[in-house]
Design a protein around this ligand. Structure first.
Ligand code: 2HA
Ligand code: ZN
Length: 273
């Protein structure tokens, strides 16, 4: 069967649109940020002959729990700014080998490029999220400016950090009732940061990397983008509030409880009085 041009694939278009938006928002300077998006074989097969492997790419960790799975990923060292004009150089479609030690490249990553250096964090997070929610498909990392700034000025306690964000915009509790997690400062690109991030991903879809950025997870691009965008907006309001002289009044816990009831969400246990 004749294949459709891959650039017409909805998942390629979504990657281009999302990375362009993230660049425009200023959260992905230079090669900052990365996205991995789980695809199914049927949708990939409309566009690619999945028996044609371009090359194999080794991995530094065991991804056997994702054996046979397909992903579209951003490339290591690649700039989100450039993806729209050169998708095949900056994005790649890969499949995890049965033994979980390598990737098979099916499209993109031209000129010997490799997937994002944050692949351990992405794949370990996919494994963690899929265990909680089989519909999870997207992991996104970026350097959302106000959230990143908050990791310098706000106490790095998960409950306190979550409560501050919930108080900054009424929508926040509804969008991330489970709260936001925080890992210690760790070297990016390592298995260690991957393990720490994915441990937190068992509980929350948002994970802060102090003095670095944020991780988001969800079932589709809109959910993850909206999740990060909402937390980042709250962090921006926090920045303004601090600049305007600090909090004089806020959303009370009583109101947050009413909100949770009104929208049918369950706030993280122990986070509200
Ligand atoms: O890929 O954002 O954390 C560039 C980064 C690393
Ligand atoms: Zn980063």
């Amino acid at each position: 069967m004749k294949k459709i041009d891959i650039l017409q694939a909805p998942f390629v278009k979504e990657m281009i649109a999302t990375t362009s938006n993230l660049y425009r928002l200023g959260w992905d300077e230079r090669n900052g940020g990365n996205i991995s998006y789980l695809l199914n074989e049927e949708e990939v097969s409309l566009f690619l002959d999945v028996s044609k492997v371009i090359r194999q790419i080794p991995m530094i960790f065991d991804a056997s729990q994702l054996a046979g799975k397909y992903f579209i990923v951003t490339g290591s060292g690649k700039y989100f700014k450039n993806i729209v004009d050169a998708p095949a150089e900056n994005l790649g479609i890969v499949r995890v080998t049965q033994d979980g030690t390598k990737l098979e490249l099916l499209w993109g990553l031209e000129n010997n490029a490799v997937p994002t250096s944050e692949l351990p964090s992405h794949f370990m997070s996919h494994i963690a999220r899929l265990a909680v929610d089989p519909e999870n498909r997207v992991i996104m990392h970026n350097h959302a400016s106000h959230l990143l700034a908050m990791t310098f000025t706000h106490e790095l306690d998960e409950k306190a950090f979550t409560r501050t964000l919930w108080q900054m915009c009424t929508e926040c509790l509804v969008v991330f009732p489970e709260g936001i997690s925080i890992i210690p400062w760790l070297v990016p690109g390592t298995n260690e940061i991957g393990k720490a991030t994915s441990e937190k991903m068992k509980e929350t879809r948002l994970v802060m990397w102090p003095q670095h950025g944020v991780y988001g997870a969800g079932k589709d691009m809109d959910e993850v983008f909206g999740l990060v965008e909402t937390a980042e907006k709250a962090a921006q309001i926090y920045t303004y509030v601090q600049a305007q002289g600090g909090i004089k009044q806020t959303i009370t816990d009583e109101n947050l409880w009413k909100l949770a009831e009104g929208f049918g969400v369950k706030p993280r246990q122990g986070y509200l009085d």
